[in-house]
Design a protein around this ligand. Structure first.
Ligand code: A2P
Length: 282
């Protein structure tokens, strides 16, 4: 077990553990409860969910049964695409917080931007959704607010508002880097989180990755996650297997050299999910 996970400071000073536990695709209640409890056992304190994952109730059950101090954990949820807009977002948040059984949520994100390919008034929709997040943030119901899958074009209007996004959670892994988005976020004090940091295990057989894993005596997955950390990106690996849940958090006892970081950062793209925020049909 990892005893205490380093925390990073968000723009507003709120602290976030530098690795989280992803839960996308985990729906079966018993599987979710078991996975979350195992993650707590192994030292994870940061859980990532969304209304669309349909597992908030199960996560709430795991938190309640584990009897862990509320202050010790960091919970993120997200408002889904069909719930965009001011009123619907407030309603969706109400359901999320109720399902999770919490008094407040540490971080709440807009799951996907409304994009210009689908909506003429895409900017207005995003700003409207954001307005609801800001209101909940000011009420203390959410400690930090941000977005997910936003590119610079989607972020720019939100960056002109009174409370700016603190986090952007994007698909990010060694085969799929979106450095333009990363650079924009870094330059604007937006912390980046990585969903699918293992490329749904598609990228784990890459030859360079295998040889580096051998060199550092770590698994390819551990290399991928450590590489995220060293790029100042918070990885959110997901697994339902206790041994892999453990493996994925044991990444604090080694460091990838500067030279190897440069080599990895220069790898051509491979293993992208294909989910382009401007092309998706939701
Ligand atoms: P499993 O739940 O059976 O462990 P990502 O987070 O990039 O979307 O990847 C998640 C997928 O990767 C899941 O299918 C998960 O399967 C698998 N996975 C998680 N951790 C590891 C690991 N350490 N090694 C190999 N595969 C992993």
């Amino acid at each position: 077990m990892v005893n205490s996970i380093k925390k990073l400071k968000l723009r507003n000073g709120y602290e976030i553990p530098c690795i989280g536990f992803g839960t996308y695709g985990m729906k079966n209640e018993e599987v979710v409860v078991r996975a979350i409890k195992t993650a707590f056992d192994m030292g994870y304190r940061h859980i990532d969910t969304a209304s669309a994952y349909q597992n908030e109730k199960s996560i709430g059950r795991a938190i309640a049964e584990y009897n862990i101090d509320r202050e010790e954990i960091f919970i993120t949820s997200k408002v889904w695409a069909s719930e965009r807009g001011y009123e619907k977002t407030l309603e969706s948040f109400k359901n999320s917080i109720k399902n999770l059984g919490l008094d407040y949520i540490d971080m709440y994100l807009i799951n996907w931007p409304a994009s210009y390919n689908r909506f003429d008034n895409w900017e207005e929709i995003n700003l409207d959704t954001w307005k609801a997040l800001v209101e909940l943030y000011k009420m203390g119901k959410i400690k930090a607010i941000g977005v997910s899958n936003f590119r610079q074009s989607h972020l720019e209007s939100l960056m002109k508002t009174e409370i700016k996004p603190m986090v952007n959670q994007i698909e990010f892994n060694l085969g799929n880097k979106h450095m333009k988005t990363i650079d924009y976020c870094k330059n604007n004090d937006i912390l980046v989180e990585a969903w699918s940091p293992l490329g749904k295990s598609r990228i784990l057989k890459n030859e360079l990755l295998l040889s580096l894993a051998k060199k550092y005596k770590k698994s390819p997955a551990q290399l991928c996650l450590r590489w995220c950390l060293q790029n100042e990106v918070i990885p959110l690996p997901k697994s339902v297997s206790p041994s892999r849940i453990k493996e994925n958090i044991n990444i604090f006892d080694f460091e990838i050299s500067k030279e190897d970081m440069t080599t990895i950062n220069g790898m051509p793209s491979f293993g992208w999910s294909g989910l382009d925020p401007d092309e998706v049909n939701f």
